[in-house]
Design a protein around this ligand. Structure first.
Ligand code: GLA
Length: 383
């Protein structure tokens, strides 16, 4: 694949690529809509992601090309950039913007991107693009950023340049991911532990709803602000910095502080989901996959009923999984509103599961989902 991309690079730019990079996407095993509430999450990097081929040019221009999109951009090296549309290249351009704003020196580059993650599917295609660009610039111009600096810079791009108030989970998983490990990440302290992700005789299936995502960004920002409202209400009495600073018992004893019924449901999801992550990491470490699977189902139910970020497509996948004996657990992953679900499927039943879920989903939704078996890959690197 890389050889083919290198050929496309030289056809496009009339020179060979010099430095090539790859950043993965991620799945989140459990702990959804927790990162911006300062709790615990459990993501893993996948083996799909974004390739970036680069070579310097002498023209003082950034040339952005993608094998996935026709839109392209040639733009000179300058002190600041702004987002003027919805095209893909604003993600890497936002990274350059943050570099130059940090006072780092950059020079013209020819850049070819290729992504094999389904775009907008909740597998962090945007974090993958941001991180691969930040990692590449850091290497190419010796900018001296640590991996954690790269994570924070990529998050800044998402929050300030793109305008989505996301937490830090995606950029972190894409940067720090390790093969066959899940990252138990505390989103407040940013302490993390790479824990063995032993799925025994199961595959981790990724089922893409293939639902075109609309309004996902505005709905996401709405959830973030509902959580802020819940936190402010609780702070009238409790000394806390985040919703995840309290356990479910304290929450239930104090929930009268939250007057808005919708905001209350959101906070209840957050506090209980955070507890589920503690239980799930313990279950994983002790090879109690059945328990882990039950926590996945409980997480989905809460995202559906309390947080209201699921939808008929994701629910259909989980409903099928629940009734299929060789599935141990399933849930939506990522922001929701479409995107992907994950399921722990017995290896021996995977083919049958794929065929049957495709049929079931198609008959209910009217178009087919895509089913993959995912491996857990490593974080961003130079190839
Ligand atoms: C998106 C965001 C993450 C996180 C998840 C939900 O992927 O980018 O920061 O909030 O949604 O858990």
């Amino acid at each position: 694949m890389l050889e083919n991309l290198k050929k496309q690079f030289s056809d496009l730019f009339g020179q060979e690529s010099k430095n090539d990079f790859f950043a993965p996407g991620r799945v989140n095993l459990i702990g959804e809509h927790i990162d911006y509430n300062g709790g615990l999450v459990l993501p893993s990097a996948v083996t799909f992601g974004t390739y970036l081929l680069t070579a310097p040019n002498k023209d003082g221009v950034f040339r952005f090309r993608s094998t996935n999109f026709d839109d392209k951009l040639d733009i000179p090296v300058q002190d600041a950039y702004t987002k003027e549309g919805k095209e893909w290249f604003y993600y890497p351009l936002g990274v350059i913007h943050n570099f130059v704003q940090d006072g780092k020196k950059v020079e013209g580059l020819d850049l070819l991107f290729f992504g094999n993650l389904p775009i907008g599917s909740g597998l962090s295609s945007s974090a993958s693009v941001e991180v691969v660009m930040a990692y590449a610039l850091n290497q190419l111009f010796n900018a001296g950023y640590s991996r954690l600096d790269i994570v924070k810079l990529a998050k800044r791009v998402e929050n300030e340049f793109i305008g989505v108030n996301s937490g830090i989970m995606d950029q972190f998983a894409v940067t720090f991911g390790e093969e066959n490990k899940a990252l138990k990440l505390n989103c407040e302290s940013l302490d993390y532990e790479a824990v063995e992700c032993n799925l025994g005789d199961h595959y981790l299936a990724i089922i893409n709803t293939n639902k075109p995502r609309k309004l996902a960004e505005s709905k996401y920002n709405e959830r973030v602000s509902e959580c802020e409202t819940a936190l402010k209400s609780l702070q009238h009495k409790l000394i806390i910095n985040n919703l995840c600073d309290i356990d479910a018992e304290t929450f239930h004893a104090n929930k009268a502080l939250i007057s808005d019924a919708v905001v209350l449901k959101r906070a209840e999801h957050v506090v209980e989901e955070n507890e589920r992550v503690h239980l799930a990491t313990k279950a994983l470490a002790e090879n109690r996959l059945e328990d882990f699977g039950q926590l996945m189902y409980a997480s989905h139910e809460s995202l559906k009923s309390l947080y209201e970020v699921s939808g008929v497509e994701l629910d259909t996948i989980v409903e099928f999984s629940l009734a299929y004996p060789e599935v141990t657990g399933a849930r939506m992953t990522g922001a929701g509103f479409g995107g992907c679900a994950i399921a722990l499927v017995k290896k021996t039943a995977f083919e049958d599961f794929s065929t049957k879920i495709i049929d079931y989903y198609t008959s209910k939704i009217g178009y087919a989902p895509s089913v993959y078996s995912s491996e857990i890959g490593k974080g961003v690197s130079e190839l």
